[in-house]
Design a binder for this molecule. Sequence first.
Ligand code: IVH
Length: 659
Amino acid sequence: MDEKKKQVKLLRKELEMHNYQYYVLDNPFISDDEFDSLYQKLIQLELDAPSLVDKYSPTQRVGGEPLAAFTSVDHLSPMLSLGNVFNSEQFINFHKRAKQTINTSSIDFFGEPKLDGLAISLVYEDGSLVRAVTRGNGKRGEDVTHNARTIKSIPLTLTSLAPPTLLEVRGEIYIEKAQFDRLNQRQKAENKKTFVNSRNAAAGALRQLDPKVAASRPLTICCYGIARIENHASPVTQEDSLRLLKSFGFRVSEDTVLLKNENECILYFEELAAKRQSLTYDIDGVVFKVNQISNQQLMGAVAKAPRWAVAFKFPAEEAITLIRAIDIQVGRTGALTPVARLEPIFVGGATVTNATLHNFEELARKDIRVGDSVVVRRAGDVIPEVVKVLFELRPPEAVRYEVPNELPDIAIEQLIKKVIHFVSKKALDIDGLGDKLVAQLVKQKHVVGFSDLFNLKKECLLLLDRLGPKSADKILLAIATSKHTTFRRLIYGMGILGVGEETAARLADSFDSLEKIKSGTIEEFEKIPDIGTVVSRSIFDWFSKDGNIEELDNLLTAGLVIENSYNGQKTIDFVCVVTGSFDSMKRSEIVRNLNEIGIRTANAVSKSVDFLVCGDSPGSKLEKANELGIKIVYQDELMGLLDKKAIGEKSIKAFLEGK
Ligand code: IVH
């Protein structure tokens, strides 16, 4: 090997070793100055011989160009969440169930701190970091490799002579408490906004397109699992996994323990709870994992959480403060929610000024009044809530809250929000009917219910501010087009509390007609994956209200046509990228059409993309797709694909394979 090459290689190894000592083990061998001079030496060598630079050099951790957009990618295996328990009794039940499932009288658990940060998946191929992906929805997350590379405790290459050909590591990205304080001091000194808590600061940094932001925040990682390992001995226990991760150069928690029975588990929980304040990182509980991996496999998972692990959470933090006012808020889909305006109070890691009162029944039940002293609770990401009133502190002049009889402004605002939601992209997608126009239509009483949209006259549109005849025609055409919609879009557009895009899709796929869904029971809704009791009840309640049924009938009378052509194809799992311009359709229309037959669209071309839809002047995406050998579908072929709507997954596959 060439002398220079050897020297560069050695220096890199040395620097990575010092990085490891400093950032992973917190035990530096050399001073910062000494490190710096080694680092400068490597930079100089690489400047002299640029051909020796590759992306795994420690000099290349920062310096990448900002991305234009995020790419979402599929996880190799789903990133699950954890079931929670909140007290010893619930934990003991969990423990008992675990023993029953694997039919044994005793079971080893591995206890770990539950770090309060963000989950990440790191993929290494042949020992080199190739991808870092956020949790996202568990199946698919955002590629944040550019940011992860700037985190010094994440090895760019594994310290192993025979690394696995594929390794997927799971861990938590977070900021240590002392570092967080320093970060906020720096923000203050630079007259910048301080961060509410370290979790937000970490999440914000990881979701930046420019890696310089992540590089400037003291992010670190703690790894807690191996999701996949190929061509290497597999760990037999969770304890083994962490040992192996450590030997590869990852940072793992030092506060983990092997626990032989439920009492040891509870003791461990209590110990960590007592130590919580003095730990260098934030935790919100303890995680218990069945230690034996073969037992984990035996137990499997339900819905989104494994049966072999549980989070024993610390109680949410509570504090006492005053109610200054009770206001009514209009939600995204037009629902009314009472909110308490509070005397600001620091609780659960953030200053809280508002708390949800959930709904008017709850408000009445708790008898919360302006002037009351109340207990508020805030846990992690959860919206703060008012737990209870301290009646003994109630001032004599406090009067019972009455829902205002007339809600004229709010009612209008509510209707405006509902209609905006109904016409939005993911709902009926009425192009050109913006928020301001909707507001005018509602305020001028042209639209009192959704169905009025379908009966709008051009004369009426022309009376609106700044709307010319051309735009009016366009809107009318968009309204006419939207009359042919899908069941998924309609259900989403109705704005049922708790029913987002995914839930709407699941509902539509499970109940193939409006008639069936109208007579659906709570139990039937609950059977649908990912729909819990609360949302089931909300769906049921919505379809039980006469006003809503009337609204649906009016829509049908006004000419709404529900197409169900793609029903049953919910499992189609193709991803494509659309690029260039098209003669016959707008790009957004093509995307919409593709989405409707179950094909997802991504912004950037990557290995996980199945095909590229290519119009005129495509640019670099076409090059990239060709480089990766991805199938290209040109304009004239596109119609062929969209026509296959009614046939489904098989035909799309056949089409892509050119049959
Ligand atoms: S294991 C299959 N271990 O908690 C098990 N998660 O509430 C999935 N977390 O998404 C995770 N510390 O972000 C695991 N020691 C630990 C953890 C941990 C923190 C987070 C993680 C996960 C969330 C689930």
